[in-house]
Design a protein around this ligand. Structure first.
Ligand SMILES: [Zn+2]
Length: 451
């Protein structure tokens, strides 16, 4: 693993050197590269649908959804272990197998062969696999779904991509890259136990107008499936420049913004393995996440930063992909999924420290399970001649989800002070927050948080 990271640094340096060299050698290179700038804004769409009004409209009531998972403040050894195992060799292997079937247009031999390959691969991994068959006016086909049951199987998290392609191309990036991420996540996560259920899904009929995913989301809705989040990866393996490799796009609707925040927090937490900054793009109907939105589920669509110049052509090949980028993007989605699927846990948060008559603060459990034996302390130091050293402590045996514990310290002093609030529980990480203020008798003024 250390070798791989070192190698990547060398590659990116080489790319930068080459870019700088090319700019010096060929004046006007930037102008010649102008079409690439246009390509960045090209939206990903099903091949045979031009406008949203060509898609079938769904009108359902959004159901009350289960509580959302919360990103922990520290890294997890199991997640790091997962990330270390997701390497370029793994992604390349899956990409080679998928593209070997040639074009995989839904309803053709190539697509059927790919479907069998996906079914068998997921079965061999040891997961519960099924064909989710659908019949539609436009096209009929099969989605492949593999399930890793959680300790509590009620809530479901989905990672997905589409394995069908346009008639022209081998679809390495569109969407071999997404399906490779799905397979890699399935292979690696199957060796671990999770608190919640995870489904690994490969759709077909995407190019005909999101047909496979529409039927899948419809059936999930009718089945009352408690899907908390859908992570759709479609084209995550192409870069045109070195800087493209440091960025990615994420499409979301308002209800799904929490998944954007979650993924961004994960990318910061595990930056050593990911190194991709995600830029939110808002809504698009152009990939398989769309019908999950329509059926009232929260979903996002992950996409490369620079749109693939070989999109929907015979040249959408592995040779035109950036495997390092594809691997790191797959890791980002894997770490997000695996963290979401972990057992519910409490997460303590110290909400604003305020002055007035003494110092007030509040501890909130923003996690998705009870915090046990919560202890919270306000410590105050400083003052004139450094004479102030006060602590006030509160303890509760149990703090429910969204429950709060108020903290208060009253005293009579003078001078500048530093306030430190610490909270912990027997079943979660300790949190700390600091602020400064000024004490004048019983009053605390000018309280400002220290970031
Ligand atoms: Zn696609």
């Amino acid at each position: 693993m250390i070798k791989l990271i070192a190698g990547r640094k060398v590659v990116s340096k080489t790319v930068i050197v080459l870019l700088v060299a090319s700019l010096m050698v060929i004046p006007g290179y930037a102008i010649a590269g102008a079409p690439n700038t246009l390509a960045i804004g090209t939206p990903h769409k099903p091949a045979f649908v031009q406008n949203l009004d060509e898609l079938i409209d769904v009108e359902v009531e959004r159901r009350t959804l289960p509580s959302r998972p919360v990103v922990p403040t520290t890294t997890d050894v199991n997640i790091i272990e997962l990330l270390q195992q997701l390497n370029e060799t793994l992604i390349l292997g899956y990409l080679e197998n998928l593209t070997a079937f040639g074009p995989r247009e839904t309803g053709t031999e190539g697509c059927d062969q790919a479907a069998h390959y996906l079914y068998n691969t997921l079965k061999n991994i040891g997961l519960a696999v099924r064909y989710h068959n659908y019949t539609d006016d436009a096209v009929s086909g099969s989605n492949i779904e593999a399930t890793l049951f959680g300790a509590d199987p009620t809530n479901i998290f989905i990672i997905c991509g589409h394995y069908d392609t346009v008639p022209a191309g081998p679809g390495a990036d569109d969407d071999g890259s997404g399906v490779a991420a799905v397979l890699a996540a399935a292979e690696l996560m199957s060796k671990y136990e999770f608190g919640h259920t995870v489904r690994f899904v490969a759709f077909s009929g995407e190019e005909q107008g999101l047909i496979g995913s529409r039927h899948y989301a419809e059936d999930a809705y009718n089945n009352n499936d408690s899907i908390v989040a859908v992570l759709n990866a479609d084209m995550i393996g192409y870069t045109a420049t070195g800087s493209d490799g440091k960025q990615g796009k994420i499409f979301e609707n308002t209800a799904s913004e929490w998944i954007v925040d979650f993924t961004q927090d994960i990318s910061v937490l595990y930056n050593d393995y990911i190194d991709i900054q995600l830029i939110p793009q808002g809504e698009t109907w152009g990939s398989d996440h769309y019908y999950f939105w329509e059926y009232g589920y929260d979903a996002v669509f992950y996409h490369e930063f620079h749109f693939n110049d070989y999109y929907h052509s015979v040249d959408d090949t592995i040779a035109h992909m950036n495997l390092t980028y594809s691997t790191r993007f797959s890791r980002l989605i894997l770490a997000t999924l695996a963290t979401m699927a972990q057992a519910p846990r409490p997460v303590l948060e110290i909400t604003d420290i305020t002055g007035g008559l003494g110092i007030s603060a509040q501890i909130t459990n923003i996690g998705d399970s009870d915090a046990i034996d919560v202890n919270a302390t306000i410590g105050i130091t400083g003052g004139l001649f450094g004479f102030i050293n006060i602590t006030a402590t509160t303890s509760v045996p149990l703090l429910e989800t969204q429950g709060t514990v108020p903290l208060k310290a009253k005293f009579f002093r003078l001078g500048r002070i530093t306030i430190t609030v610490i909270a912990d529980a027997s079943n979660t990480d300790q949190v700390t927050k600091q602020a400064t203020g000024f004490v004048l008798g019983p009053f605390v003024l000018r309280v400002t948080g220290i970031p």
